[in-house]
Write a protein that binds this ligand. Structure first.
Ligand SMILES: [Zn+2]
Length: 146
């Protein structure tokens, strides 16, 4: 185990990948303690690369190529400073995703209707895409990047 870098780790309990500096102790998805032999899928040097690799690791094979292309196109966006609204926006998006980190207009709409902000769902998605938080996988399905 080499220190310093960022690792994409696959939880042996739920098979979901997450990123961590070093090896981590707990799976953020299922809360299980990570085994010492938890699989390190890949290691990268920076947090922005990590975000891409985690998203790819959690994406079904058949969608991975599409996602990789989108992510490479959006690469420069990962290096921008996070805007002030980033935290709130990411919380809304997180609430709208299913267990695979996928999000649709249908899942997001009810959350926006409940909030006091008069945000249009497509505007929100566009904003999130431009900030590299979401990547469109098909016309009505987005992957939330961690
Ligand atoms: Zn897990």
């Amino acid at each position: 185990m080499s220190g310093g870098g960022w690792n994409v780790i696959r939880c042996s309990a739920c098979q979901t990948c997450h990123g961590h500096r070093g090896t981590g102790r707990m799976c953020p998805h299922c809360g299980q303690r990570l085994q010492t032999d938890a699989e390190i899928v890949t290691s990268v040097a920076t947090a922005s690369e990590l975000r891409i690799e985690v998203a790819l690791a959690n994406t079904p094979d058949e969608l991975r190529d599409t996602l990789r292309k989108r992510l490479q196109t959006n690469q420069k966006l990962f290096n921008q400073d996070e805007p002030i609204s980033f935290k709130d926006l990411s919380q809304v998006l997180l609430n709208a995703t299913d267990e695979n980190g996928m999000l649709t207009v249908q899942s997001l709409q009810p959350l926006l209707e409940r909030s006091s902000d008069a945000l249009e769902v497509h505007d929100l998605i566009e904003m999130a895409e431009s900030q590299g938080m979401l990547v469109r996988l098909n016309p009505d399905c987005w992957q939330l990047l961690e």
